[in-house]
Ligand binder design. Sequence first.
Ligand code: DUC
Ligand code: ZN
Ligand code: ZN
Length: 481
Amino acid sequence: MALDLVIRGGTLATAQKTYRADLGIEGERIAAIGHDLSARRTIDASGKLVLPGGIDSHCHIEQLSSMGVMTADDFYSATVSAAYGGTTTVIPFCAQHRADDLRKVLADYHERARTKAVIDYGFHLIIANPDEPTLREHLPEAIGSGVRSFKIFMTYERTRLTDEQILDVMAAARRHGALVMVHAENHGMISWLAGRMVKQGNTLPRYHAICHTRGAEAEAIQRVVALAELVDCPILIVHVSTAEGIDAIREARARGLKVLGETCPQYLFLTAKDIDIGLEGALFCCSPPPRDEAAQEACWRGLKDGTLHVYSSDHAPYGREGKLPKGESTTFREMANGVPGLELRLPLLYTYGVGAGRITLEEFVNLTATRHAQTYGLYPRKGTIAVGSDADLAIWDPEKSVVIEQTHDRTGYTPYRGRRLKGWPLTVLSRGEVIVQEGKLGAERGRGRFLAREPSQSLRPLGREVPEIAQLKAWKTPLEL
Ligand code: DUC
Ligand code: ZN
Ligand code: ZN
């Protein structure tokens, strides 16, 4: 067989096993896995790990926040940053604001990404206005085009949905085959506390973390699980940050419900103390906020036992202008929410997870790539090392030690500055092309392709009814979803 490229002598890892083999690439795909493979070109990977490229299924790129602030990154800078960190696929959000037509939103994001992305990308939607045309026509159209997931908000004045609207969205997702992702925080609790704090003159970033209480997350998760159970709609709770929230997911899963959880670097590696540094704490403000060491431990346990199914960055990049639009008089309510994380997501988990013995290498691959592909309908094209899969790979030096200075995104800061990480992706390939090598970018702007996603097992309903819905059926007056 005439292979184009062989990655020779490395240790390959998938979500199932770690083993020594050569990996042969022909065109854009993996064509052979074996020993003594030869090809026109060779990359020597002895002493290195060859892993599937990361998939980041939660990031915000060239997106206008609900408060009208544009992210610091566009599709070029964000995907370059991702590539440097060993990530080869991203699934960012196309955000509908209340006045927006979903068809135009989707077309706009396609245009933004098409000319700039250097790695492959899919899209989720954010649904802020589930009106009749959106639900009946525009959403099914988007789903049919391979956008098979959307996020809804239970908080934020401009994006939150009522329980009735959430049920409408879930019914549409169930009918047309999409996964509902939920930002689960109780709006009333947060805004009531925030109002009091501002009135009392407590406006520093640290009060942001006070207002987003643990209970607000737990209550919203419990409520949205009950809504999902009524409609029999699988859901994924994004950016879970608390032991209480994880317990609520664990309990739902123990009852057999299809409730998936996600956590992010900021909930494993930051705490509320990082925010409590005066106005500069704005740079660490995200929602939900980082908590304490006990919550970090709960997140690690959740990742280990599968309650938390995926680990994503929630890269929400804002520079100082977005964080402090009114300079020193900016209150925590006016700061753009989010932290950068696309580039360091994998190196952080490698160091503190694999390196520290908290998770295995196989679990690392599963949490950073395989489960994302499976959940969001990209598997086995992405997220694994197998013959026929896209040659999206990262060759890691497990011994390379790096002190974090600055990443390649455009925020101008990283919350992880000064940390020493051990284990680094040296060479990154996307569809067989070397896009990063020894710190140099070799990717052409716009080479990334849109990924239309297939329906996955994750979004298939259970076929289980709550007693009242079953009763309606027995009476031959079924609920029409
Ligand atoms: N939710 C996110 O997913 N990202 C940034 C801010 C937010 O509320
Ligand atoms: Zn969110
Ligand atoms: Zn997010």
